[in-house]
Design a protein around this ligand. Structure first.
Ligand SMILES: [Zn+2]
Ligand SMILES: [Zn+2]
Length: 284
């Protein structure tokens, strides 16, 4: 089974280690491809400041570091340069970011924000403020806003990979805030699968929260992954690595989940040609 990861954070944003450290780890694990996906710098006029998005001043340095690593590892490990771009309602979306997307091999589109300033994957106490202050305690209003953001991001396009589709469950271990079987939650899943299929994007099966001990399953859940499979949305497996040792972590669980959802093959990134992401097909 060929392993790859296009969802990789280094010290340029909130990961630890430089591109070279991740390349060495990926090579030692026999990876077929490695892509870097720093959190894209927030638009200058957004007014938002975080400690986890890469600063705009470092974008050129980041791309140069990834390209240098790609040169060094040529012939041994294909290395690609990408970014993970946020959809923040009314503030930013992957299709109209400040940077020149043609300098990249791929772009991951991700929703982290459910309100203008708070993220669904924030620490538990911050997530409680998101629900209680920004949504007056109405959990399903928050859920609606999250999924509506995901749907609008997919429809607005401009990216290749749908990042951690159901990130909203990160702070919901054991159904702490809502039931994922509630129709107010499940009603969104076919809509998201249909939108992803229509957009022709690849969905990632993301083991990042397993790697960091936040969830007991990858993103997305079996329910959503099964709908993705039925709708014909291809999948690729990513570690959402924040340390080199995360690469390949819990991939067996991801494989099992894909098989259970009905998938018999997954996609392996091969680079960008004529402005389009190129993917190979691999059997599980
Ligand atoms: Zn993310
Ligand atoms: Zn990420």
């Amino acid at each position: 089974m060929k392993y790859s990861c296009l969802h990789t954070h280094t010290s340029f944003c909130d990961g630890s280690g430089m591109p070279e450290d991740y390349c060495r780890a990926a090579y030692e694990k026999g990876f077929a491809a490695l892509g870097f996906s720093a959190h894209a710098p927030l638009p200058v006029n957004s007014g938002l400041k975080t400690d986890w998005h890469m600063s705009g001043q470092r974008l050129d340095e980041y791309l140069a570091a990834v390209r240098a690593a790609a040169g060094k590892w040529r012939g041994k490990l294909p290395v690609f340069a990408g970014l993970e771009a946020d959809f923040i309602s009314g503030v930013a979306k992957p299709s109209d970011w400040d940077f020149d997307a043609s300098a990249l091999d791929f772009l991951i589109g991700s929703v982290h924000y459910a309100s203008a300033t708070r993220c669904v994957d924030s620490p538990p106490e911050e997530f409680a403020l998101l629900v209680n202050e920004d949504f007056s305690g109405d959990t399903f209003a928050m859920v609606d806003t999250y999924w509506s953001n995901v749907e609008r991001m997919i429809e607005s396009g401009g990216f290749d990979i749908l990042g951690h589709a159901d990130l909203v469950k990160k702070n919901n271990r054991g159904g702490l805030y809502f039931s994922e079987n509630d129709t107010r939650y499940t009603k969104w899943l076919p809509r998201i699968a249909a939108a992803a299929a229509a957009a022709g994007i690849v969905a990632e099966v993301n083991t990042g929260a397993l790697n960091r001990g936040y969830t007991d399953e990858p993103y997305p859940s079996l329910a959503l992954l099964t709908l993705f499979c039925k709708a014909g949305v291809p999948v690729t497996i990513n570690a959402d690595a924040h340390r080199p040792e995360h690469l390949g972590g819990f991939y067996e669980d991801a494989h099992r989940l894909c098989l259970e959802a009905g998938y018999r093959e997954f996609r392996l990134f091969q680079g960008r040609r004529d402005g389009k992401a190129q993917w190979g097909k691999e059997k599980f």
